[in-house]
Design a protein around this ligand. Structure first.
Ligand code: PHE
Length: 374
């Protein structure tokens, strides 16, 4: 110590102390998201919502007398990245919790690492059931695909569409799972799957599959994919003279869908989590704040990102600590959280039962169709 004192000037010591005090004043939260690449619209949106929540929490005094520090990493929509990022969050950044991802396959990659390290992870938007089955440190604040698949199967049956074809993205756990849940309910309630076809994320030409589906003369086609491919599928279907409605799930969400698809998805329907047209004061207040901050209208991932960060902050407050086990218990105890995407209560499987919103596409724009209770 005497040596230290003689080597370090008083000024340096003060700076060093101040820096470590500042670091201790912050509670670090890791967020991994697809800010670039094939699913960039998912990551950019969820990040904006998450960031807005963190800013609001800190403006209101933070949690446990400290500010939250959001450390965001871009997984570039690439498999392999979530694992690397989450390892870094835990080993180097020493985050107390992880927020992410939107796409189920990405969350499934990160979840085992968070589970092993007893770091709670909250996915804002991954709907595949397997995500939270990884373990008791893994949560989500959205509904799951057995519900979403049932919602769309019931909707198809209610329209009188008895013969449906299915086009699945085999590279996404989300797509494979949702197709499965849709088919189970649909066929158990009088519907018939007249043809199934597959594609892979990143494909650009869907004409062979669509030609085969057309031959089966379906009343509608269920396409539980992500917006980038669905937009091309919509365009190519119309080029081939396939005029039946396409049906989908939350993976369709994003303005990018309509930018590429134009009017080709008019008359189609999909389920999702949120509508900015919702007149409830909570939604309208959120929409106004989001527009003021980013000059754009929030979509589902933005609202879910916001809710996920708010639920984490509330849990840290209730836990009174950021220690992994206690924070886990506090997140698990989330009840009646007044979220932007609805009331959020986490069940024993760490999932949330919430209403789904069905949107339709008309004149190249999204229009509210109906809300379906869980
Ligand atoms: N539910 C999708 C998945 O699990 C992701 C998603 C959620 C996409 C919300 C858009 C909006 O992969």
């Amino acid at each position: 110590m005497r040596l230290l004192r003689s080597v370090l000037s008083p000024v340096l010591i003060v700076v060093a102390l101040a820096t470590s005090a500042a670091a201790q004043d912050r509670i670090k939260v890791g967020e991994f998201a697809s800010l670039t690449g094939g699913n960039a619209s998912f990551g950019q949106s969820s990040h904006k919502g998450t960031q807005l929540a963190i800013e609001a929490i800190n403006a209101a005094g933070g949690v446990l007398g400290k500010n939250l520090q959001l450390i965001t990493e871009d997984d570039q929509s690439l498999a392999g990245q979530p694992a690397t990022i989450v390892q870094k969050f835990i080993a180097e950044d020493k985050v107390v919790a992880v927020l992410g991802e939107v796409a189920s396959s990405k969350s499934l990659e990160a979840a085992p690492i968070c589970q092993q390290n007893h770091i709670p992870m909250i996915s804002p938007a991954s709907t595949n059931p397997k995500v939270t089955e990884v373990g008791d440190y893994i949560f989500r604040i959205c509904f799951i695909d057995p519900f979403q698949g049932t919602v769309m199967a019931k909707f198809a049956l209610a329209q009188g569409w008895k013969k449906v074809a299915v086009l699945t993205d085999v590279k996404q756990d989300y797509s494979v799972g949702l197709a499965d849940f849709f088919v189970k309910y649909f066929t158990a309630h009088g519907g018939e799957i007249v043809k199934e076809q597959k594609y892979s994320t990143g494909d650009k030409d869907f004409k062979p599959q669509l030609t085969s589906l057309k031959g089966a003369q379906p009343d509608a086609i269920f396409v539980p994919g992500y917006y980038a491919e669905v937009a091309l599928i919509g365009k190519q279907a119309r080029l081939l003279g396939l005029k039946v409605p396409l049906l989908g799930g939350d993976g369709w969400v994003g303005d990018s869908l309509l930018k590429v698809a134009g009017n080709s998805l008019d008359g189609s329907f999909f389920s999702c989590h949120f509508s900015a047209e919702d007149k409830s004061p909570a939604v309208q207040d959120f929409v106004a704040k989001f527009r003021a901050r980013y000059q754009e209208t929030p979509d589902d991932m933005a609202a879910l990102g916001y809710d996920s960060a708010m639920i984490l902050a509330e849990a840290i407050k209730r836990a009174g600590t950021t220690e992994g086990d206690k924070l886990r218990d506090a997140i698990a105890a989330t009840k009646n959280h007044p979220g932007i995407t609805g009331n959020i209560t986490l069940d024993a499987q760490r999932n949330a039962a919430k209403p789904a919103v069905i949107l339709t596409i008309r004149d190249g724009g999204f229009k509210f169709q109906e809300t379906v209770a869980p």
